[in-house]
Design a binder for this molecule. Structure first.
Ligand SMILES: [Zn+2]
Length: 444
């Protein structure tokens, strides 16, 4: 279970096979895995062998995309993992896969259909890594301290077979109260009925970011107040924590705080440094990938992005990643932003002439990022929000001394944290918390 005592927990997403070689050297730098149902089986074996906590994203939202977003443009076929999952989850998904865009009505046509989808999804998550052969020897056990160790890491178990919590099937919500919103609530209610006594169940909110421009946070919190939900997994589609406007981010914080006020653990899917700061407002944890980005968008398919991703360097003082060109330029202008983690020390050191050459090497930027992120997490755990604000103020002061513009995201975060600290979030909930049954009645 995620606790809130030492700063937020960070769950790493595995996207490609290269991620394994980076993460296996930094096992003490993160708390667990966010496993997408599309994960390659070789990476699944890695997650299982490592034995850290994990949860499974069933990726049901992918099945309601238009066929042109589902069919691989190069191969002209539906990816094998989707065919397998459709067969596992529901005949409704299987019959429409790659042929038509599913509506909420299609899924909700019969109570039996949505019940079957929910039960099969939970069972898939429970058994994804379940094995009859217990791993008595954990080959990663002695690797936990091999990287640059700073502070403690979460205890790992020797048999990483069961998820820390299960989540119901979920779909992208366009508006609060829309058919997908209601369907997500129905899936949550069915999952709560099907939950095993020893199991933790999280509800999922997968929201279009514009929803956060409206003041409907209280309604959402009430709808997901069911006591059988131990927590909430929150994903705001395409939301960049760096570039989103202040109103959206303020309402995101209100939403998180609202859930905290009724005792729910909140985990944000796809977070960046702001997610660490939001631990102050009740965010218990977040997941992120080695792309360092928080703006994952379900409507952007991987084959639409042209060319291989270019190496990016996460500048710790700015809490954001930049291209190697930009980074070199910034570090030459502002030497106080140089990183002194082990990867940086042992590669380019103080010689910026070889910075790009060194950091282009496979895994270097990512290993540096994990060191920088661990320092951010430990710093927050030790000094809290006031320490983080102090550090951002210091960076902004040093930038200002040189009349430098930019780093607007830092100013925004700073103002956001100060505003939220002084005003409070203003969410008031009735003393008696409604269960999902009453919420679904209200929404018809
Ligand atoms: Zn570094």
């Amino acid at each position: 279970m995620i606790t809130n005592t030492r700063g937020p927990k960070m769950f790493m997403q595995l996207r490609k096979t290269d991620d394994k070689s980076v993460l296996e050297k930094a096992l003490s730098h993160f708390d667990g895995f966010h496993v997408g149902a599309s994960l390659l089986s070789s990476l699944g074996v890695f997650v299982q062998d490592v034995g850290k906590p994990f949860f499974i994203d069933p990726m049901t939202y992918r099945f309601i995309l238009p066929p042109e977003h589902i069919i691989d443009r190069e191969k002209g076929t539906v990816p094998r993992w989707m065919r397998y999952l459709a067969k596992t989850y529901s005949p409704i998904l299987e019959h429409s896969l790659g042929k038509k865009t599913l509506t909420a009505n299609d899924l909700n046509a019969t109570r039996g259909g949505i019940q079957e989808l929910t039960c099969n999804t939970l069972e898939y998550e429970r058994t994804r890594f379940d094995t009859s052969e217990p791993a008595l020897i954990n080959k990663y056990f002695d690797k936990y301290d091999a990287f640059e160790e700073i502070g403690d890491s979460i205890a790992h178990n020797i048999q990483g077979t069961r998820p820390s919590f299960v989540i119901p099937p979920f779909f992208l919500v366009e508006e609060v109260g829309d058919p997908w919103y209601r369907l997500n609530l129905i899936c949550s209610r069915i999952a709560a009925e099907q939950k095993k006594p020893e199991e933790l169940l999280y509800g999922v909110l997968f929201l279009r970011k514009e929803i956060l421009l409206n003041s409907e946070c209280v309604d959402i919190v009430r709808d997901y107040a069911d006591r059988r939900l131990a927590g909430i997994a929150l994903w705001v589609n395409g939301l960049s924590e760096e570039s989103a406007n202040t109103e959206i981010l303020s309402n995101l914080i209100r939403l998180i705080d609202g859930f905290r006020s009724i005792g729910k653990v909140v985990l944000k899917l796809n977070g960046s440094y702001l997610s660490i700061l939001m631990n102050h407002n009740g965010l218990s944890g977040f997941s992120c990938s080695l792309s360092y980005r928080s703006d994952r968008d379900v409507n952007v398919s991987k084959w639409i992005i042209p060319g291989p991703p270019k190496a990016k360097f996460y500048i710790p003082g700015l809490h954001q990643a930049y291209s190697l060109d930009e980074t070199e330029h910034v570090l030459r202008m502002f030497p106080f932003l140089k990183c002194s983690c082990r990867v940086c020390r042992d590669s380019y050191g103080n010689d910026l002439d070889i910075f790009q050459l060194e950091m282009k090497k496979v895994g270097y930027c990512q290993n540096h990022f994990l060191n920088a992120r661990k320092a951010e997490l430990d710093g927050f755990a030790q000094r809290g929000i006031s320490g983080a604000i102090e550090d951002i103020n210091e960076v902004l002061y040093c930038l200002k001394k040189k009349n430098a513009k930019g780093a607007r995201h830092l100013t925004k975060w700073l103002n956001l944290m100060k505003a939220v600290q002084s005003v409070g979030t203003g969410i008031e909930l009735p003393a008696k918390v409604n269960e999902l049954e009453s919420a679904s009645i209200r929404h018809g």
